[in-house]
Design a protein around this ligand. Structure first.
Ligand code: HEC
Length: 115
């Protein structure tokens, strides 16, 4: 009897495809990270930062100051929240809504501030 491809197998196939594509894409993105940060749109970063400042301007509640954070470190941290490697529900949600271009613009902007 002909074996039908199950939904699970199809899903697994797509997961592998998407993950391998993601890995290649990530590797290429990392190679040029410093360059991408240098070319980032600060104005866009400043615009996006408005939402972050509702929390991050207020250090009294144990929220870290992110002004002046090294840009590459900033990108690494945000990607780690996005992939849920770093545990914090709020930041996972915030980072989950941002694409790489937006994270890099934010990194360029916040790293330009004095802390
Ligand atoms: C609702 C409050 C809130 C908002 C909004 C928010 N953050 Fe956060 N953020 C936090 C908290 C709380 C932590 C500390 C989490 C932890 O302990 O892991 C944090 C941690 C961080 C860190 C890690 C700092 C470090 O030194 O480890 C970065 C970077 C960061 N946030 C960036 C952002 C950016 C960029 C935005 C806007 C897109 C944003 N946050 C919006 C609450 C918030």
């Amino acid at each position: 009897m002909k074996k039908n491809i199950s939904c699970g197998e199809l899903a697994a196939f797509w997961a592998v495809l998407v993950l391998s594509f993601g890995a290649v894409y990530q590797a290429r993105a990392d190679a040029g990270l410093a360059e991408q940060i240098a070319k980032a749109d600060m104005g866009y970063g400043e615009y996006l930062a408005g939402e972050c400042m509702t929390c991050h301007r207020n250090q009294s509640a144990g929220i870290p100051n992110i002004n002046g954070l090294d840009a590459e470190k900033f990108v690494t941290i945000m990607r780690a929240y996005r992939s849920k490697e770093l545990e914090n529900k709020v930041m996972q949600m915030m980072a989950g809504r941002l694409n790489d271009e937006q994270i890099i613009s934010l990194a360029a902007y916040f790293s330009s501030l004095s802390n």
